[in-house]
Design a protein around this ligand. Structure first.
Ligand SMILES: Cc1cc2nc3c(=O)[nH]c(=O)nc-3n(C[C@H](O)[C@H](O)[C@H](O)COP(=O)(O)O)c2cc1C
Length: 425
């Protein structure tokens, strides 16, 4: 069944008033309790969600990048109320410290957050920068995992490492399995060292970054598809006690090829013998001609990114013969609750943001707290574009009880009734 979202959510007047009051009142006043508790108490909405099948307190999280590189950043995010934090991508290495993908372990030299206009005329934001993956030592990264887990313990916020592993440039080159094994095992150990739920599997994102799109490594489609088939197996077999020790997500990148190829990538991932446990879709676009600080060819985001992602995901939902779609974490130009709900209607269970947490402070209505807090205030409470308004709209549209909405029930309804977003273009 198709669902079209109207311009303005259709919700009862009383709810609309309550949202407006909350949005204004808490723009310069601290919430008395955490976001998810406040939302349950005041609006009767239970935001409990899942990431890779693991419980999280709410469905908004931080995507991997420059904003999850330090203990302090993670602490701020947990305190602000995020449901999960994906740490910056580390580059895999073997026991001797050798990294096949060393070219990605560069430090950031300059970063600019700037407005961007999409092809459809919509305006948004993009981040231009020249860095790539984690550039400190692997030991430092393992320490960040331990510290982040310690901070998150008992809060309902999930910490997730992210890693980029070796990818062969041609069919003749063999896979560096030593890097897969060494890195995955160390990540698992570090993650479980602090974790009070010792039996929990390691949640891990395998990053296929957008800069890969512009790299010689991914200039042929025949090279990319085998990666998608083989990488999950190599990572899962790296753990001594079997694949149950990991929840592996593949972060799919936007290639320079057309939508058909993106669909083929998604089909391949669903049909491979050893599947990932979930997908993250879809990392930024790459423009080989876009210039930044003397460099030609950079990744970018904004409205064109969400346009492409939603178009591909909707088509996949419609045309795919795959019966059980892998759980999905959405990324890409999520700058409102409404946009998150669009991804939800493409099958996403949770939402990971980067750019929206980096805007100039003047772009948020909330005047207190750090940027994550300001962003969550906007994402949840905005009376017409906020997540709560759109959850009420969906609950009404789907005939679910409006007095006590459970976010996970909505996710289940979308899945079981095979609801699909229909966008007005
Ligand atoms: C400055 C910057 C650094 C990033 N670094 C990483 C990274 O290390 N690993 C990764 O998987 N994604 C990385 N990303 C991609 C983000 O995690 C995110 O998926 C992408 O930016 C789309 O979300 P957004 O539109 O909310 O920014 C980075 C993005 C930006 C802007």
């Amino acid at each position: 069944m198709f669902i079209t979202l109207p311009e303005i959510p259709q919700i009862p007047e009383a709810v609309s008033h309550q949202l407006k009051r909350t949005y204004i009142e808490f723009a310069d006043q601290q919430l008395p309790v955490s976001f998810e508790k406040f939302i349950t108490n005041e609006f009767g909405i239970d935001l409990a969600a899942e990431y890779a099948g693991l419980p999280i307190r709410s469905p908004f999280g931080k995507a991997s990048g420059q904003l999850s590189m330090t203990r302090r950043q993670v602490q701020d995010d947990i305190e602000a109320g995020l449901g999960f934090v994906i740490l910056k991508t580390v580059i895999a290495q073997d026991e001797t410290g050798h990294q096949s993908m060393q070219a990605w372990a560069t430090t950031e030299t300059k970063m600019t957050v700037e407005p961007i206009q999409g092809k459809n005329g919509e305006t948004g934001w993009t981040v231009s920068w020249k860095g790539r993956g984690w550039h400190k030592s692997f030991a430092d990264y393992l320490q960040l995992i331990r510290e982040a887990n310690q901070l998150a313990d008992g809060t309902g916020c999930l910490i997730v490492p992210s890693c980029k592993y070796h990818l062969p440039a041609s069919g003749d080159e063999s896979w560096n399995t030593a890097e897969y094994e060494y890195t995955t095992r160390r990540l698992y150990e570090a993650w479980n060292e602090i974790n009070s739920n010792n039996a929990q599997p390691l949640p891990l994102e395998k990053d296929f970054s957008p800069t890969l799109a512009g790299d010689r490594l991914s200039q042929v489609q025949e090279q990319i598809l085998p990666w998608l088939n083989i990488v999950p197996r190599l990572i899962k077999q790296s753990l001594p006690d079997g694949p149950e020790q990991i929840r592996l997500g593949l972060k799919v990148f936007n290639t320079l090829f057309d939508d058909e190829f993106q669909l083929e990538m998604l089909s391949t991932l669903h049909e491979s013998k050893v599947q990932p446990d979930f997908l993250i879709y879809g990392n930024r676009l790459f423009d080989p001609h876009r210039k930044y600080d003397g460099k030609t060819g950079i990744a970018y985001g904004g409205p064109d990114l969400s346009d492409r992602n939603l178009r591909v995901l909707t088509r996949f939902r419609n045309v795919s013969t795959v019966r059980n779609q892998l759980p999905l974490s959405a990324t890409g130009d999520i700058q409102s609750g409404r946009r998150a709900v669009e991804y939800l209607l493409c099958g996403a269970e949770n939402f990971q943001l980067h750019t929206y947490f980096q805007l100039p402070a003047t772009e948020y209505t909330c005047r207190i707290g750090n940027k994550t807090y300001k962003a969550l205030h906007e994402l949840y409470f905005h009376p017409t574009t906020g997540f709560l308004a759109w959850l009420f709209h969906l609950a009404q549209r789907l005939d679910l009880p409006k007095e006590s909405i459970r976010y996970l029930d909505i996710v289940r309804e979308v899945r079981d009734r095979q609801l699909t977003l229909k966008r007005m273009t």
